[in-house]
Ligand binder design. Structure first.
Ligand code: SAM
Ligand code: SF4
Ligand code: SF4
Length: 334
């Protein structure tokens, strides 16, 4: 039973937010003014247990999911996350990965690799300490993230991808130094256009550094050529260095939307299913998991949501949509 949505898109990827908490307050994701001392994060009892996540993943795999990404919030702040990795790795031939801010990776890389994680994505927005601290807003130094990346490499997690959100006037000047640093390392640097996820990050179109500008900046010093996508639904546009020293990716969800091939579903930490990063509403799976629904009944419920899916937010984005009350990125994961 591999359901297709109303635009003929299959369900191939599942992103699982394992916690809505984070030790960073990135200005484009969890601005301090909103996510301050008094912010109410999910109580523990509302968060899916590892056993509940494992059961849901099994069901999603039955519906065609091949790729699982653990995310958050910051996934590595969830205690014993490697136990979940171990459970999911045991489910068989899944492409299992994780996106992290890298802050706890130096301690965790070996345990994650031993549990069966194969590859990893680390977010890093600049190599310049002052710029990075401005973006993470908790005074976290670049060196510790680089140490985390090194630990991941040493633990054999590969390939490693690096995510850099680019925000006009904040870290544009870090684009070329980041490209220089990761060129020839075997790691793929991916630039992400600043997106209007959620409704708290004060997004304005003027703050987006468009993909073509990023490519032009790098190409001037390190010539690039476009590459074909590796598979249908790949979110990043790929470019390789003409001298053969690697590639970069650009996730241009604002200037070059890719909804037509979007095969991704998202599961929030409290067990709601979202069919778009820009959704305003989820579908409660936790009630089914904690009720007496059978796996077949849950599969049917998920398939029913997916077959009715019409999402293509990025293709419809406008001044009006930016103001919608959307779910926060830290809640449903990137
Ligand atoms: N905390 C982890 C991290 O930062 O890697 C995982 C969760 S984070 C929500 C996932 C990805 O979304 C990160 O690479 C982050 O930089 C990106 N992200 C967050 N807010 C964004 C925004 N407004 N626009 C574009 N990317 C964003
Ligand atoms: Fe935390 Fe990741 Fe959001 Fe930054 S982007 S605030 S690290 S969840
Ligand atoms: Fe997929 Fe929604 Fe992003 Fe379009 S806007 S690519 S439908 S998550």
């Amino acid at each position: 039973m591999d359901p297709l949505d109303t635009l003929g898109r299959p369900l191939h990827d599942l992103r699982i937010s394992v916690t809505d908490r984070c030790n960073f307050r990135c200005v484009y994701c969890m601005p301090k003014e909103i996510f301050g001392k008094d912010f109410q994060f999910l109580p523990r009892a509302e968060i899916l247990t590892f056993e509940e996540i494992e059961r849901l993943v099994r069901i999603f795999v039955g519906l065609g999911v091949q790729k699982i990404r653990l995310t958050g919030g910051e996934p590595l702040v969830r205690r014993d996350l490697e136990r979940l990795v171990e459970k999911l790795a045991a489910l068989g031939d899944l492409d299992l990965t994780l996106t992290t801010n890298g802050s706890l990776l130096a301690q965790k890389a070996n345990a994650l690799a031993a549990a069966g994680l194969r590859r990893i994505t680390v977010s890093l927005d600049s190599l310049d300490d002052a710029t990075f601290r401005t973006m993470n807003d908790v005074d976290f130094p670049v060196a510790k993230v680089l140490a985390g990346i090194e630990a991941a490499r040493a633990a054999g997690l590969a390939p490693i991808k690096i995510n850099m959100v680019t925000k006009r006037g904040v870290n544009e000047s870090s684009i070329v130094p980041m490209a220089r640093y990761f060129k020839g390392t075997g790691m793929t640097l991916r630039f992400i256009e600043f997106m209007d996820v959620g409704s708290t990050n004060g997004w304005r179109l003027d703050d987006v550094v468009p993909a073509r500008e990023i490519v032009a900046l790098i190409d001037r010093e390190m010539p690039l050529e476009p590459m074909a996508p590796a598979y249908r639904g790949e979110v990043a546009n790929r470019y390789r260095y003409k001298d053969g020293s690697g590639e970069i990716g650009i996730i241009a969800s604002v200037t070059q939307p890719f909804c037509a091939d979007c095969t991704r579903a998202r599961l929030s930490a409290d067990g709601s299913l979202y069919t778009c990063l820009f959704a305003t509403q989820g579908h409660d799976l936790r009630a089914l998991v904690r009720g007496d629904a059978t796996d077949e009944e849950i599969a049917k419920a998920i398939a029913a949501v997916w077959t009715e899916r019409t999402d293509r937010y990025s293709e419809l984005r406008s001044g009006d949509t930016a103001g919608l009350q959307k779910i926060e990125m830290s809640f449903i994961g990137g």
